[in-house]
Design a protein around this ligand. Sequence first.
Ligand code: SAH
Ligand code: SF4
Ligand code: F3S
Length: 450
Amino acid sequence: MTLSSQNSISMQSGSFYIAVWGCQMNVYDTSRIRGLLLSRGYTEVSSPLGASVVVLVTCAVRAKAENKVFNQIASWRHDGLVNQSTVIALGGCVGTELGHKIIEAGQGVSVVFSPMTIHRLPDLIETYQKTGQPVCDVDAGSMEKFDSLPDSGLRGVSAFVTIMEGCSNKCTYCIVPYTRGEEESRRVSDVLDECRRHLDNGALELHLLGQNVNSYRGLNDDGSECSFAELLYQVASLDGAKRVRFTTSNPMDFSQELVGAIGELPNVAQSVHIPVQSGSDEILRRMHRRYTHDSYLELIASLRAVRPDIRVSSDFIVGFPGETGADFEETMRLVREVRFDQSFSFIYSKRPGTPAADYPDETSAHEKKQRIYALQELLESYAREYSKSDLGTVQEVLVEGLSSRDSGELKGRTSANRIAVFKGDPSLIGKAATIKITDVLAHTLRGELI
Ligand code: SAH
Ligand code: SF4
Ligand code: F3S
């Protein structure tokens, strides 16, 4: 049933609307699904109203994320944006997590797929349309899709390239290993070919993606293994690769070889995302994160030794089962020591089937909220300081499009991952521009072209 078999490809007609939740890997998958459906004769529409197929690419990382998709379907149905004749295809991590249960729940979902089976989506839709029977197909090798998908057709100044799939770490709170399968890396030549295609199409930034992107171990053509640092050297030296980013790095596999590469490659972006989750050694141990408060600090110190201007952002989980006030203070201490830039923090959410779901959890919801407010306030204060330090500096931004607030302005992204808005001609979209930062707003910078 794979697309590599030319005979199985049939042109389908109809329109699709696609919505995405979750991480950048889902955004990447969405662009590949879009390319696939367009190549099969579908047209894309910007509202579910009137679309023959509505595709939902979902996230299961927290209960709240998972509920979003079902609330969305219910609200579209209530507002008459989808009806009995709309084919609703639900994929992403909730697809793998709940599988057949989604069909059985009677929410009108006709096709269930997963991050591993996106390449079969048109066939699944066709099967449903021919038989009228809902279909669920969530199992496949994680590399299969890469061998059978057409170009995404997406053009932009920054391009996502997934270099590995899945995760085998099994942190005790996390559902991802169960929704995206075992960790597997794409071949080096595949990754480089996809990067070159994006650069040929005008991209200036390559954004390498993986759940643990720095754990990459892909094969070279001669069968030898390539580390993430080695891959980074190759990607950063491609003609036209003005900027390279990578997300998400796991502290456990952040090698000194990689630190060295970041120090040597000036086009590696000035910001790096290294989720720490907690600053307490006891909590880290129970999370199965294989590093400590101090070893994390040493990693950041070594990065700053080779790139003093690098900004580190992170993810935090507050209220992991058994987290005491003293454990939480260790997290606050770590934040003060590292001075993180723009970070994400979440209250722990119980995920069915994960080990931590059975751990005793005596901290009240109220206490957890107090902790997360305190953490977010501290994180915000450092993010604001970094923004303020940009005032008056000259920055190169990659221009992504019109500003969403004021269409007379453009928006671009700095190397340190800040959105900057400025007045300029729309012909600059897709290009690099040099601006001087003239004002600092809550989450964006304002600048003027120089
Ligand atoms: N692979 C990355 C994280 C991917 S999941 C890493 O290991 O660093 C993205 C973020 O979601 C995590 O960093 C974590 O902060 C958060 N997260 C994952 N599971 C969670 C849960 N059960 N409750 C709350 N937050 C969670
Ligand atoms: Fe989840 Fe841990 Fe894997 Fe990250 S490393 S995706 S937190 S299991
Ligand atoms: Fe969510 Fe799956 Fe990404 S659970 S965070 S969409 S890997």
